[in-house]
Design a protein around this ligand. Structure first.
Ligand SMILES: [Zn+2]
Length: 164
């Protein structure tokens, strides 16, 4: 796979500010991907409705449930989540970033659902996620333990259908 030279943190942050503006929170069932039979979705919806604002605490609390977020929620949460991943807190915890990476490197049977969930992101946002993943690889921890997941994620994002 062809890898470009990764952005440094300031360049990445600038790009994130440019392409990931904050958007309005979706409401009710628009927050989650599955119907009301999904226990995880119900739990996640309630938690997001109570929290309203996406802080580091909220991200830490929901990072294992990203799979249940709707396309609208991905569009709403990612601007917070991706900025959070650049903080000292996230660099220390690591798991929130790891789970984000997992969500961008789905197994074959989950790829169609993942495409639906990422369907509200535009091309520059997808590119920015790739820049983010390339930036992760500049850290020994991510390069050593997550290189395959990150490569899969970059490949998955690169092959996503193009949009505006
Ligand atoms: Zn669900």
């Amino acid at each position: 796979m062809q890898m470009s030279i990764a952005m440094n943190e300031n360049e990445l942050l600038k790009k994130i500010e440019e392409v990931f503006p904050f958007v309005e929170m979706p409401s009710g069932n628009e927050l989650v991907f599955h119907d009301s039979n999904c226990i995880c979705c119900n739990h996640l919806r309630k938690e997001l409705e109570v929290s309203k604002k996406i802080t580091g605490d909220v991200i830490r609390s929901i990072h294992q449930d990203l799979y249940h977020l709707s396309a609208k929620s991905w569009n709403w949460i990612l601007p917070y989540y991706i900025r959070y991943c650049l903080t000292a807190e996230a660099k220390h915890n690591q798991m929130e970033t790891a789970f984000l990476i997992y969500n961008f490197s789905p197994a074959l049977e989950f790829q169609a659902d993942t495409l639906k969930k990422l369907s509200m992101l535009n091309n520059t946002q997808i590119m920015c996620l790739i820049y983010f993943l390339e930036w992760c690889l500049t850290f020994p921890h991510w390069k050593e333990f997550y290189i395959e997941d990150i490569k899969d994620a970059i490949n998955f994002l690169r092959t996503m259908p193009k949009r505006n």
